[in-house]
Design a protein around this ligand. Structure first.
Ligand SMILES: [Zn+2]
Length: 494
């Protein structure tokens, strides 16, 4: 680990985190809870299909509900047997907690939730009904669990609810004034939805003084969620479902006609995120096989994050050039028009970066802290899946791939959102670092080269678009991220 007086350079993994902060990549999101078969979803090795997906969903869910403060990220792993091989569920959680008190608080919270889950009676599905419909008499149990989850994470929930509050009245006006795009029924569903959101925001604002939500509030939330899925605002089965809903159509219309740059569907899912997680945990209680996970001995251990040293990073155009030279040195054929692409990339990127950055408190990200604990034998016999409360960053995603390559393991996570954060820290693993660092650097340099190509491609598109109007409508279908990328480039041209 480099000290603050020893600058981080292009041979250090951290350098690339700092370099990648200002560029965007496409997300690589594997959907663990998508029930349909999808060959590129890695399952948990040694566990069959459905159970594997449920376990992934459980571990992601536990990571989600283990956080009570904004800005933190949590990772989880599970072990399903004890030293003697007898079934026993052990959950491991890691997040950057400041003191022992918050670790204790988290452990207690998770144990309470799992005790509540154990008390839920197992009701076989109605003969005529779908097995997915949870019997009405279980609603009270669900609401209690849901309430405990929301109250523990109140700060995060309140933030998710009110983040876009200031846009609400504008959106409502746009929709109410529309006469042509939506049918009367669709308009009324959308206005109802916005009214629902408004009421949720008001109720949460009222609860700010105590930080506690009532049973009635949670019941209201559940009913609204069920209403939203019944009325095609959110997909019914899996929230990550790609099915186009009425909210997607509203989002597209708001973006194109009214320049609203965020998505109602995303907001709706954020508001309901803890409820959706609570539901996933609840499903465990209604399956004979999954219920076993809750029985027998059950324990939670909160692990500490590794300590890190502050670092100083030189991000001048000179070091970017060194990094690019090292990257092309590792491939056999020089990319076409390399010199030109390299110059343009360096010029564009160096304008976005400060020449030097000091990181006082770098962090080993939660999923890597978990993998380190596993590799060091601090946790044993865990299933090779790391649950996370957020998609992983591009650095962690490459680290996990390099780790799997070097150690011949198959650790999987939810996926990556493709972004990088400043102050990312390499997790020291003395037994493997000698092999792991070069394997990682190889991957991260390939990423850098692919970023250069992407940049060149974006520039090409930009110059095509300046040829004048009347051309084919090729812009349609670009993502918000891609559009943002072009905006950044237009800035550079001035
Ligand atoms: Zn990360």
């Amino acid at each position: 680990m480099s000290g603050i007086n020893q600058p981080i350079g292009t041979e250090d993994p951290e350098y690339y985190a700092e370099l990648f902060c200002k560029t965007r990549r496409l997300a690589d999101w594997r959907l663990p809870d998508d029930e349909r078969s999808c060959p590129d979803i890695p399952g948990i090795q040694g566990v069959d299909g459905l159970l594997s997906r449920r376990l992934q969903s459980l571990l992601d869910g536990v990571a989600d509900i283990s956080l009570c403060r904004r800005g933190n990220v949590s990772a989880t792993m599970a072990c399903l047997k004890n030293d003697k091989g007898t079934p026993e569920t052990r959950l491991y959680v890691v997040f950057n907690h400041e003191d022992d008190e918050s670790a204790r608080h988290c452990r207690q919270h998770l144990q309470t939730i799992f005790e509540m889950l154990r008390r839920v009676p197992n009701k076989p599905p109605a003969v005529d009904g779908s097995p997915k419909v949870i019997a009405n008499e279980l609603e009270d149990y669900f609401i209690e669990i849901c309430k405990a989850i929301h109250n523990y994470s109140f700060e995060i929930f309140a933030h998710r609810v009110s983040k876009r509050e200031h846009k609400l009245s504008d959106i409502r006006e746009f929709i109410e004034q529309d006469r042509t795009h939506f049918t009367t029924e669709q308009r009324s569903i959308l206005v109802n939805f916005l009214e629902h959101v408004h009421r949720i925001i008001m109720a949460v604002a009222k609860a700010q003084t105590t930080g506690q939500l009532s049973t009635t509030f949670i019941k209201m939330l559940l009913w609204k969620y069920s209403h939203w899925t019944e009325h095609d605002l959110l997909p019914k089965d899996s929230p990550a479902d790609k099915k186009v809903t009425l909210l997607d159509r509203a989002d597209l219309w708001l973006a194109e006609e009214h320049n609203i740059g965020f998505q109602l569907r995303r907001w709706a899912l954020k508001i309901m995120s803890f409820l959706i997680t609570a539901n996933r945990l609840f499903i465990l209680t209604q399956s004979h096989r999954l219920r076993k996970l809750l029985q027998g001995n059950f324990s939670v251990r909160v692990l500490t994050s590794p300590t890190t040293a502050p670092y100083y990073c030189d991000l001048s155009s000179k070091t970017i050039q060194v990094a690019l030279d090292a990257a092309v040195a590792e491939i056999s054929n020089l990319p076409a028009d390399w010199d030109q692409k390299r110059e343009s990339f360096i010029e564009w990127l160096s304008k976005k970066l400060e020449v030097s950055e000091v990181r006082q408190k770098p962090k080993v990200h939660a999923e890597l802290a978990m993998i380190i604990a596993m590799a060091k034998g601090e946790i044993k016999d865990v299933l090779p899946y790391v649950g996370v409360s957020k998609l992983s960053c591009i650095m962690c995603s490459h680290y996990i791939r390099a780790f799997n390559e070097v150690t011949k393991q198959k650790i999987a996570t939810k996926g990556s959102h493709g972004k990088a954060y400043p102050g990312w820290s390499w997790p020291s693993l003395p037994d493997s670092d000698e092999e792991l660092r070069p394997a990682f650097l190889r991957r991260i340099r390939q990423q850098l080269l692919s970023d250069v190509e992407q940049h060149a491609e974006n520039l090409r598109r930009l110059s095509d678009s300046s040829m004048g109007s009347g051309g084919p409508e090729w812009q349609i279908g670009r993502t918000i991220d891609e559009i943002k990328e072009l905006d950044d480039m237009l800035d550079m041209e001035e």
